[in-house]
Design a protein around this ligand. Sequence first.
Ligand code: SF4
Length: 387
Amino acid sequence: GQCITACPVGALREKESIDYVWDAIEDSNKHVVVQTAPAIRAALGEEFGLPMGTRVTGKMVAALKRLGFDKVFDTDFAADLTIMEEGHEFLERLKNGEKLPMFTSCCPGWIKYCEHYHPDLLDNISTCKSPQEMMGAVIKSYYAKKNGIDPKDIYVVSVMPCTAKKFESQREELQSTGYADVDIVLTTRELAKMVKQTINDFTSLPEEDFDEVLGESTGASVIFGVTGGVMEAALRTVYEVATGKKLKKLEFENIRGMEGIKEALVEINGKEIKVAVVHSIGQANKLIEKIKAGEKFYHFVEVMACSGGCITGGGQPYVNDKIKLSKDIRKERAKALYNEDKAKKIRKSHENPMINKIYDEYFDKPNSHKSHELLHTHYKKREKHPV
Ligand code: SF4
């Protein structure tokens, strides 16, 4: 993602995205809904002079409401939904001993890389859409129906730490309702620009809450923004669903931190489950080579294309060299997310009451026919780029 943001064409595209969003907000026929990824709250404050690692969830929501969005939802809700779908998909593969290791699918940088360079692994990737796409599909189906709004009049804006998410939102296969799941993606920097255009002092805004129902989330989902977080969230649910027992400790320390390749062993019903977590494409490649050579075996692997995970994505605030030399920005931003996880009353995706409500009212159960229609997708082989 970094090269796209550094190039002048990327800069032009950034300007256009903001204009489209303002147009949609001003259009009285459009119902404009915004969702924000977990990593945004960990870094947006830096754009307004707050110290690195300051969590600005409540102020970010207050700012979005003042910009004129009709609803402010949390991509974290969809991250919980992803865990439900992906966790059950994993248990199914484990039972059948098929398509293992299963790789996570929420990072479009990793997915596209795999389509180009490891198409033989495409069946191993979870069929779950990424959280932003799941959220878009839920907004244009469940939410639209419940509120009597025609999905054609809904405009979904995602705020993402990532420029690869812009590409992802344009994929033809991510239009389950007949409309694009997500209409437009803004980066964290672009959101900061919109805020600066309209709000005098971000830092003095009150703390406000996301809107119901798609704003309710757990500690498991907020750590999606940091390397190891998706795996930790998945293990919290997979373990409890499969064993019927409560985890004594929710933190999986072995897969936290900034080491390139992290591993953990988890015993589930007498079977040892091996998981691995990698961040950056270079580390992913190393691990894949070992797996292909038969040197390593895992049941489940999390891959994030950015070092540290989404907290350092290509759309996050720029950091000057002096700060980069004095501290590890990955660790500072990660702290904000782990603190939010700790502060949440509910820290496991399967205990999110709104997730249970949406299954009761709409999806029936994880991996149901309807879930497959709206929340899952497929990947395709692409030609290798000439070197
Ligand atoms: Fe985007 Fe990087 Fe996060 Fe992947 S790891 S989703 S490329 S920000």
